[in-house]
Structures are given as structure tokens and as C-alpha cells.
Design a protein around this ligand. Structure first.
Ligand code: SF4
Length: 326
């Protein structure tokens, strides 16, 4: 398990397993993931598509769609194991109030038949018991906060650009002032300029509101500037975890190295872009031992066994046999 530094912990995820029971087998989408998020910290979770990032996010906010199920593990939020709460209590006490989410693909997440103002106001009316007028006053504030003209509250989603819709999603996630926001691929389908604007907005809001953020992405370059800590997920398991500096300047796991080497560089010598050969495993039948083994150029016979988690420098952990003491 990855370590738990309990003092400032806002969220502690301990050995969480979330499986999907399909007709063709059990998909082990999240398979024993542990990490800690401290108050006011930004944690970037990165990995290729299909590695379990979104399932992990949905597990934390308890919205895993059927046939998925959290089969074991513990998730502590402000010291309470929220997996022990009833659905009703979680909905009333935690979701949106304490942990909110910016969903992937704002284009589909907003309801096309309501104005964006109505959709944000609904959260405030339901959870805070505000009147429609009071809720709308807050909606205008929230839209200004995310850089949208408050008059756009009366627009329907199709009247807004992709970037504006994503800002609306962020405004909705902030409506109840939660201490933790999970942003799942918040810039997917946006062009690079708008991507940069959304990332800057998240960074600014995180500082102003002193909230914690879990930012989930397949693009490691996207979280470089905003994340304090970075966790690398591969085939349902965390393979490396450390500060952003440790991960970007001293990556150790062969998968992390491969991900970083595949990011195009703007400066320096022009070199051939590297790539990771192969594809992630079918999570119904993951390889025994290290799940990266079939794609790893350093693999050895020992890698058929589950690798240990090793602290290679203070706070920097890697799950790989290369670093095990002989
Ligand atoms: Fe490669 Fe083995 Fe390390 Fe897995 S445990 S990443 S196969 S060296």
C-alpha cells in the first residue's frame, strides 16, 4: 500500500478495489489503490485511457455505475469512513457539499433543456434550501468567479462554447464550497488554448478558495504546473507516487518514464518522440505480478510476482522489482 501521512489528511483512500461484473468476466478496474490527499493540496492522477482513473474518481464520490461495485477498501474523508455511510447520508452530507466533481465532457454532462443558471441553482436549492431568487444571486457570483458574464445564466448549454460549458461545470462543482473537487479530464475535447485557460482557472480558484483538487488526466503535461503530488495509475494499480518535482524530474517506474518520454518538447534538440509499445492489458485477465510486464523493456523473471512498493527517496514511492534490495 502507498503510505498515509495522517496529520493533514483530508482524504485517505486505502486499498480500494472496484470491479465491474460483466457477462464476460470481472473487470478489475481499480485493484488495491491507496493514497492520501492533504488539505489544500492538488493531486494529479495520470495514466492511459482505460487504466481506472475515472472509476477511481467515481468510487470516491460513490457514483460507480452498474455493473460496477466497490468490493473492498476504505475511503476516509475528514476522518470518517464514507464507504460505511448509507446512500442517503452520503448524498446529503458528502456529495456536492464536501466532495464535488467536474465530470468528463461538459458537452454531455449539462442538461440541454434547462438554462445553465437553472442547473446551478438546482444544486443550491436542493442542498442549501435557498429560494430561487437567493440561488440565482449565488449563480451570478459563481459565474463571475469562473470568468463568465453572469447574464449567461439564462443561456441554454447549446448557446455556449465548449470552454464556457466547462466553466459552468466548474461553477456547479463550487456551488456548495466543497473542500475537495475532483476534476475528471476537465479539458478533454477542448482546444489547447481553452485547455490552458481552464487549467489556469482551476489553479487560481484552488489558491483563492484553498480547496483540494484531484485532477484526473491521461495527459501528464497538463498537471505539471498545477499538481503538488502526482500518482501514476496503470491497469488499475498505482505504480508511482511522489511530489510533482520527484515525478517530473526523477521518474523511476518504467511506465512513468515512458509516459514522460512521449510528451513532445518545445525546447532543446529535436529528437524522435518515444512511445510505449503494446497496449494496456484486458482487466478481466490482467497479467500475474507486475501488470506492466508485457510492455516493459526491463522485465525479468521476478516480475511475474506482484512488485513491492519501495520508498526510493522521502515521499517518493514506486512499485517495481528494479528497486527491491537483492
Ligand atoms: Fe518492469 Fe518488472 Fe518493474 Fe514491472 S516490476 S515495471 S516488469 S521491471
Amino acid at each position: 500500500m502507498f503510505p498515509v501521512l495522517a496529520s493533514e489528511a483530508l482524504l485517505e483512500v486505502k486499498d480500494v478495489k472496484t470491479y465491474f461484473y460483466t457477462t464476460t468476466g470481472v473487470v478489475k478496474a481499480v485493484d488495491g489503490v491507496s493514497f492520501t490527499l492533504n488539505k489544500g493540496e492538488v493531486l494529479g492522477i495520470a495514466g492511459e485511457s482505460g487504466c481506472g482513473k475515472s472509476t477511481l474518481a467515481y468510487s470516491i464520490i460513490r457514483l460507480v455505475p452498474p455493473p460496477g461495485k466497490i468490493v473492498s477498501g476504505e475511503i476516509y474523508f475528514e476522518g470518517r469512513n464514507v464507504l460505511k455511510l448509507s446512500d442517503e447520508s452520503f448524498r446529503k452530507e458528502i456529495r456536492w457539499k464536501k466532495i464535488s466533481m467536474v465530470f468528463q465532457g461538459a458537452m454531455n454532462a449539462l442538461n440541454p433543456v434547462y438554462t445553465v443558471g437553472d442547473q446551478i441553482a438546482e444544486v443550491l436549492i436542493l442542498h442549501k434550501g435557498l429560494t430561487k431568487k437567493e440561488a440565482y444571486n449565488k449563480v451570478y457570483e459563481l459565474l463571475s468567479l469562473v470568468g463568465i458574464d453572469p447574464k449567461r445564466a439564462h443561456s441554454y448549454p447549446h448557446e455556449l462554447s465548449g470552454g464556457m460549458k466547462q466553466r459552468v461545470m466548474i461553477a456547479m462543482a463550487l456551488a456548495l464550497n466543497p473542500p475537495l473537487v475532483i476534476a475528471d479530464e476537465p479539458t478533454t475535447a477542448l482546444d489547447v488554448v481553452v485547455q490552458a485557460q481552464i487549467m489556469n482557472l482551476l489553479k487560481k480558484l484552488q489558491k483563492e478558495l484553498r480547496m483540494s483538487i484531484i485532477l484526473i488526466t491521461h495527459d501528464l503535461s497538463l498537471i505539471a504546473e498545477i499538481a503538488d503530488k502526482v500518482a501514476i495509475l496503470y491497469a488499475g494499480k498505482l505504480v508511482e507516487y511522489g511530489t510533482a518535482k520527484q515525478i517530473y524530474y526523477n521518474p523511476q517506474h518504467p511506465y512513468t518514464k515512458g509516459l514522460l518520454a512521449s510528451i513532445p518538447r518545445l525546447k532543446g534538440e529535436i529528437t524522435k518522440l518515444e512511445w510505449i509499445p503494446g497496449v494496456p492489458p484486458d482487466l478481466r485477465f490482467p497479467p500475474p505480478g507486475c501488470r506492466f510486464e508485457p510492455r516493459c523493456k526491463y522485465r525479468m523473471p521476478k516480475c511475474k510476482e506482484e512488485p513491492p512498493i519501495i520508498e526510493i527517496e522521502p515521499g517518493h514511492y514506486v512499485a517495481c522489482w528494479l528497486y527491491a534490495k537483492k
